[in-house]
Write a protein that binds this ligand. Structure first.
Ligand SMILES: *Cc1c(COP(=O)(O)O)cnc(C)c1O
Length: 466
């Protein structure tokens, strides 16, 4: 049953509800929230947010929450960012949407031009979709279809990394490997080849990130050698496996992977949906390995966190394989209703303007250094197994046994305790299992970073004391 009305008095007259309680109550009667056991809301109702500003969210009682997770990694330049809002208002009064087959519009053309110019060399074509999972589906289908068009009918499989995440639709779920989201649906999913992850949390003590990532690459090399004839593409999240617990690896893995994919005649799909747009310290994570993938998937931060939009970039070779007479049936006949939505494209253009005008990537270096230094203080804690960082992503992994890294059983939901405690302190953290992480909007200042680290420290103390 949905949460009952809070009847505040013995006499049965309900006490006056605040606007926040009213909204939460109405919500629980009609809404089903994502990635949520709705029963949890019996003890912690959804928090109704009235407005946002900068890195902050404000509820109906005026209580503020520091958004340390960028609202699921989408927000880059603050909530209700005035520059993006103004661009949207202008666009809404000009052209809100138009069918994107047979028609085009300036925001989409300008955005495609700019994305081609700022992404790694060779990526020359933009195919738009409307969310991250859809972009992954597009990349998988395009790769398979490319090989078909080339007469390679045996290439029907994909290699993906253990602990990877690529979204929730069936194709994206199949190439992911986060058990909690995937295992139940296994009977519905295509059969994927899973390579061990380069995730450096598992390195031997004393072993460097580079050495461990290289050692793990040997597995990938073997799989490519054995399966290249039947594999269309390898898909990876460059540098950080975000949903898999902010697990990180060395760029050398990507450099080797690019070389091996080319040598074996297999595409490389880089899913930068989470790590793109500066999260790892460079605009795109692939830059740190100096590689160009055959497909680059972008979404999340693409619109600065304002609207759903995604894009798959690819190269001339792929594009050319689909180009021909209609009757040859080589065209990519894939579409989404809101493909290339002008409002979303304008939000993306305004976001790229901010990057350019404010030299964000440079400015973030100092913030990342500060956040990393503050978070590193937590490494001393008796139940913190590791503090790791890649650019503007900092993760703190708690464990039952610090030395052996034996994890807390997931059933204990220690991360949930940290979540609730941090909320009480006015900070939105959303631990992934035993991993507390910070992935803040780039507008955070040092005092705000102090606040999020202090809230995490208190939450970890509270959640690990028994
Ligand atoms: C979030 C995410 C997706 C899925 O994007 P949605 O817009 O949530 O469908 C895919 N890949 C990665 C790496 C992600 O982090």
């Amino acid at each position: 049953m949905p949460a009952k009305m809070n009847s505040g008095s013995e006499s049965g007259h309900p006490a006056a509800l605040t606007p926040a309680q009213t909204l939460a109550d109405r919500d629980l009667r009609v809404v089903w929230h994502p990635c949520t056991q709705m029963k949890d809301h019996e003890t912690l109702p959804p928090i109704a947010i009235r407005r946002g500003h900068g890195a902050w969210l404000e509820d109906f009682d005026g209580k503020r929450y520091l958004d340390a997770v960028s609202s699921w990694w989408v927000n880059l330049f603050g909530h209700a960012n005035p520059r993006i809002a103004a661009a949207l208002q202008d666009q809404a009064e000009t052209l809100e949407h138009v069918i994107f087959a047979g028609f085009t519009h300036e925001p989409a053309v300008r955005l495609a031009e700019r994305l081609v110019s700022i992404t790694p060399p060779g990526l020359s074509r933009c195919f738009f979709a409307d969310n991250g999972s859809a972009a992954v589906e597009v990349a998988l289908k395009m790769s398979f279809h490319y090989w078909r068009n080339k007469g390679e009918t045996r290439k029907t499989r994909f290699i993906a990394l253990a602990n990877g995440y690529h979204g929730e639709t069936l194709g994206a779920l199949a190439v992911g490997d986060v058990d909690l989201y995937k295992s139940l649906y296994d009977p519905l999913l295509m059969d994927v080849i899973t390579a061990p992850s380069p995730d450096c949390y598992h390195r031997e003590s004393g072993e460097s990130w580079q050495d461990y990532s290289l050692r793990q690459f040997a597995h990938m090399e073997r799989l490519l050698a054995a399966h290249a004839h039947e594999v269309a593409a390898v898909i990876v999240e460059p540098l950080v496996q975000c949903a898999g617990g902010m697990r990180m690896y060395h760029p050398v893995y990507l450099t080797r992977l690019r070389e091996a994919c080319s040598r074996h005649g297999v595409h490389l799909i880089a899913d930068e949906i989470a790590v793109g747009f500066g999260r790892t310290g460079t605009m795109f994570a692939c830059e740190q390995a100096n590689i160009s993938p055959d497909f680059l998937c972008l979404s999340k931060g693409l619109t600065g966190g304002f609207l759903p939009l995604s894009v798959v970039l690819t190269n001339d070779d792929v594009y050319a394989a689909f180009y021909g007479e209609y009757t040859a049936l080589t065209a990519f006949l894939h579409s989404h209703s809101y493909t290339g939505n002008p409002l979303a494209c304008r939000a993306a253009l305004a976001t790229l303007d901010i990057f350019a005008d404010e030299n964000t990537i440079r400015g973030n270096a100092a913030k990342a250094q500060y956040l990393g230094r503050r978070a590193q203080e937590l490494a001393e804690h008796a139940h913190v197994a590791e503090v790791r960082q890649c650019g503007m992503i900092v993760a703190v992994e708690i464990a039952k046994n610090k030395g052996s890294r034996e994890p807390y059983p997931w059933q204990e939901r220690r991360g949930m305790r940290i979540y609730r405690h941090a909320l009480a302190l006015g900070v939105l953290l959303r631990p992934i299992g035993n991993v507390v992480y910070f992935m803040p909007p780039y507008v955070v200042d040092e005092a705000e970073m102090d606040l999020m680290v202090d809230a995490a420290a208190q939450g970890i103390e509270l959640a690990t004391c028994d």
